[in-house]
Write a protein that binds this ligand. Structure first.
Ligand SMILES: [Zn+2]
Ligand SMILES: [Zn+2]
Length: 352
C-alpha cells in the first residue's frame, strides 16, 4: 500500500454489529437454511415506519426530519420538472448534482468519514460539516457502512439487493435505529470510531436521550447554516429559479445515493463479474460506468481496497473524487492519503 506520507492512522471500528450499536430489523435476516432473507413489502414498510416513529420513540425525531426534508426536496423536484424545466437548467442541475455527490457523498461521507482514506485538517472538516447540503448526519452514513463492508450480501448487511429496491432505498431511515441501551464502554468505542469526523459529541446520558453521538444543537445549527448558505448563493446566481434548481439537484443526488446502495451490488442486473474490469472475489459489487463517471464510485475496486482514497484503478476509470483529494493535498487541507494503486496492480497481475 502506498501512502503519501509515513503515518496514516488505522480507522478504529466500533464493530457495530457485534456491539449491538444498531437495532436489527424486526424480521429475521436469514431463512431456516441460513440463506439471506429478502423481506416482503409488508415487512419492509413495517420496518421503515418503526424507524421513523418519533411519537413512540422521541429519539427518532431527527430521522423523521430527514424524511420530511427528502419529501420536501421531492416536491421541489416535481415543481422543477413541471414549471421550470429547460435544457440549460437540466445541464445546470446535472452539474450541480455531480458536484454535490462527488464532494459530499464520495469524498466526505464515504472516503473520509467511513474509511479514513485521507487525513483532513480541522479547517476542512469544519468546511464539510457546515456546508453538508443533505440534512443527513455523517454518523448515520458511517456506522451502517462499516457493517456493510464486513457483511456484504450476508445476513446483517444493512443495505443491498437482498432487501429489494424499496427496502434498500428506505434503509437510510431503517439504519438510523441506534440501540440506546448499549453499555458505556460500547458507547465510548462508538465515539472513537467517529472521532475523526470532527463534531462535538454527546455524553453517554445524552446519547441515550437523543439517539445521536453528535450534539443535536450543533447538528441543527450547522444544517441551518448550510441550507441558508446554499439558498443565499443560489439566489445570487439566479433568483428563485436557481433556488429551485438547487433543491432539485439535492433530491436527484439523494435519490441516486439511495439507489446506488441497491444497484452498486447488482440490483436486478448482472451478478457476474467482467474479466479484466471487476476483481473483488468477496462481494458482488460492480464497476458501473454511470456511477463511476457521476460519483467516482467504482464499487468493485472500492470493495477490493476500501481504505484507498482512489478507486478508479484502471486508466478507463476516471476518479474525480481522487483528483479533488489530490488538489486538497496540494493546497494543504489534506495532510496524507492512502493510494492502493500499486497493490491493485499486483493483485490484478496475479489473477490474470
Ligand atoms: Zn458495497
Ligand atoms: Zn465503502
Amino acid at each position: 500500500m502506498t501512502t503519501a506520507s509515513a503515518s496514516v492512522p488505522v480507522l478504529v471500528e466500533a464493530r457495530s454489529e457485534d456491539a449491538g450499536v444498531l437495532i436489527p430489523p424486526f424480521f429475521s435476516m436469514h431463512d431456516r437454511d441460513g440463506f439471506i432473507h429478502k423481506p416482503s413489502l409488508r415487512e419492509t414498510l413495517r420496518e421503515w415506519f418503526g424507524a421513523v416513529n418519533f411519537i413512540n420513540y422521541p429519539n427518532r425525531t431527527l430521522t423523521m426530519l430527514n424524511v420530511l426534508y427528502h419529501l420536501g426536496t421531492f416536491g421541489v423536484f416535481i415543481a422543477y420538472i413541471s414549471a421550470y424545466f429547460s435544457i440549460p437548467s437540466a445541464i445546470y442541475v446535472s452539474f450541480l448534482s455531480t458536484y454535490l455527490v462527488t464532494l459530499y457523498n464520495t469524498v466526505w461521507f464515504h472516503r473520509h468519514c467511513s474509511h479514513l482514506s485521507f487525513q483532513a485538517t480541522k479547517v476542512l472538516k469544519v468546511f464539510f460539516l457546515w456546508t453538508n447540503p443533505f440534512f443527513f448526519r455523517e454518523e448515520i452514513y458511517v456506522v451502517p457502512h462499516q457493517v456493510h463492508h464486513r457483511r456484504s450480501e450476508k445476513p446483517g448487511d444493512p443495505y443491498g439487493p437482498h432487501l429489494g429496491w424499496l427496502g434498500s432505498y428506505l434503509s437510510i431511515e431503517s439504519n438510523q435505529k441506534y440501540n440506546t441501551q448499549i453499555s458505556r464502554e460500547k458507547y465510548e468505542a462508538l465515539q472513537r470510531s467517529l472521532q475523526h469526523v470532527g463534531f462535538p459529541m454527546n455524553s453517554f446520558n445524552d446519547f441515550k436521550k437523543y439517539g445521536s453521538v453528535e450534539k443535536v444543537p450543533h447538528y441543527l445549527l450547522r444544517t441551518a447554516v448550510s441550507q441558508g448558505l446554499y439558498c443565499f448563493l443560489s439566489y445570487l446566481v439566479g433568483g428563485l429559479p436557481a433556488v429551485i434548481y438547487f433543491y432539485a439537484a439535492v433530491f436527484l443526488s439523494v435519490f441516486l445515493i439511495r439507489d446506488f446502495n441497491w444497484r452498486g451490488h447488482g440490483g436486478f442486473n448482472r451478478r457476474n463479474k467482467i474479466d479484466g474490469w471487476e476483481f473483488d472475489p468477496q462481494s458482488s459489487a460492480l464497476n458501473q460506468k454511470f456511477y463511476g463517471y457521476f460519483a467516482s464510485e467504482w464499487h468493485d475496486c472500492h470493495h477490493l481496497f476500501p481504505m484507498s482514497a482512489k478507486s478508479g484503478f484502471l486508466s478507463s476509470q476516471p476518479d474525480l473524487a481522487f483528483s479533488v483529494i489530490l488538489f486538497l493535498k496540494r493546497i494543504g487541507f489534506v495532510t496524507n492519503y492512502i493510494d492502493s494503486t500499486q497493490n491493485f496492480n499486483n493483485f490484478s497481475n496475479v489473477v490474470k
